[in-house]
Design a protein around this ligand. Structure first.
Ligand SMILES: [Zn+2]
Length: 403
């Protein structure tokens, strides 16, 4: 291998390259940056000094030594520039502010009382304005907004979101006009996958699949640390993987999609049917004479955690279906990591271990041995962090635009 000469690039291009690299990797030393970008050490030192002076980069301690002096690590951020990450759910809206390194500075949750697009855009814009008003010196770079639905190729429109009853909703321009700032729309499962990667320190994974388990079931696939979009940005619709062709009718028109078998409403329905059939359960006491309609998946999860046999049986069935889907994904993509997240991670190790057992039964030995099936580490911030990461991918352009 011949030694490559350092490249010479314009100052603003080297600023952007340094920022892009830190967005992708988190904390790095000056030597790491010089090596990765094939820039000379003086060029990196000069770009870094300028970026520190502008408040875009900060020194954050020392890294491991490769022989000599331990290097000083740099990362983006501080409170000088902020971005927003937003999660829209049929039941709530979660809004976070992060710095350029994805550190969550603040997060709010508000109930989503009116799911119409103007009301949602108003809710997000009003909440963000209130959060930003407490940081008058911060420069707001933009907002990533995650929605449980399909996003159009131009990124302007939620083409389809069954749980919100949205059909071709132009959310991006609505919100951009209110915020007077760049906005990126992203599918919630994809945002969650990216959020999980960021929460885990952005260390490269040989492919990560995130499965969002809530009122809807979605997913995101990261191949080589990048979101796999597919030809129509529709990759990762794990909720519509057909796992039982004789199963319940899905909103998409098929029968037995994963979502119809393991979503929150599906779990609640299964419990309601068992109680109607006369099964004894803690849930009957908890309902205290109220209608079966008030029964939720959260109550079933709590009953399972309390050892209720019916709830545990429902959990086992649910994990069985999830296990079929995970085994299919393991065969198809041979991933290193499958992350289970969303509200159903409330079932914790009960859900995890039952799913692992189901995958153990069904998946081929070789890909099964290398896959780790885990619960989300990031919890509530997963989706908002991933949505913020979507706008942070443009940080170098947004930051240097006015320089
Ligand atoms: Zn479906």
């Amino acid at each position: 291998m011949t030694a490559r000469k350092p490249r010479s690039v314009s100052l603003s291009a080297s600023y952007r390259a340094v920022i892009d690299l830190l967005v992708a990797h988190g904390a790095l030393s000056r030597a790491d940056i010089a090596r990765a970008l094939r820039l000379s050490k003086p060029a990196v030192s000069s770009a870094v000094a300028n970026l520190i002076a502008r408040g875009a980069i900060q020194e954050v301690g020392v890294g491991e030594s490769a022989g000599g002096r331990r290097p000083i690590l740099l990362r983006l951020g501080g409170a000088g520039q902020v971005v927003a990450g937003v999660e829209i759910d049929p039941k709530f809206c979660r809004i976070a502010l992060t710095d350029l390194d994805g550190q969550v500075l603040e997060m709010h949750e508000a109930p989503l009382r009116d799911p119409r697009e103007d009301a949602v855009a108003d809710l997000v814009a009003d909440d963000l304005r209130a959060q930003l008003a407490t940081r008058p010196d911060a420069m707001f770079l933009g907002c990533g907004i995650a929605v449980p639905g399909l996003i159009s190729a131009d990124g302007d429109t939620v083409t389809y979101a069954t749980t919100l009853a949205w059909d071709r909703v132009n959310l991006r321009p609505l919100l951009a006009a209110r915020l007077q700032a760049p906005v990126v729309l992203v599918n919630r499962g994809k945002a969650a996958a990216l959020g999980e990667l960021w929460y885990r320190g952005r260390a490269p994974q040989a492919d990560l699949i995130y499965i969002y388990l809530g009122t809807g079931v979605g997913g995101g696939i990261l191949l080589n640390n990048a979101v796999h979009e597919g030809a129509d940005r529709a990759a990762g619709e794990i909720g519509h993987m057909i796992v039982d062709p004789r199963g319940p009718l899905c909103k998409c028109g098929n029968h037995g999609c994963l979502e119809t078998l393991i979503s929150g409403p599906a779990v609640a329905l299964r419990a309601q049917a068992a109680i109607k059939a006369g099964r004894a359960t803690l849930l009957t006491q908890w309902l205290a004479g109220q209608s079966l309609d008030v029964l939720t998946a959260k109550m079933v999860a709590d009953a399972a955690l309390a050892g209720d046999p019916l709830a545990l049986e429902i959990l086992e069935q649910t994990a069985g279906y999830l296990g079929i889907a995970v085994a299919n994904l393991v065969h198809l993509l041979n991933p290193q990591l499958v992350v289970l997240g969303g509200p159903a991670s409330r079932w914790g190790n009960l859900l995890l271990e039952a799913t692992q057992r189901a995958v153990q039964q069904r998946a081929l030995d070789v890909p099964r041995r290398s896959v780790r099936i885990v619960l989300s580490q990031a919890g509530d911030v997963t989706v908002t962090l991933g949505a913020a990461a979507m706008i942070l991918r443009q940080a170098s352009q947004l930051l240097t635009a006015g320089w």
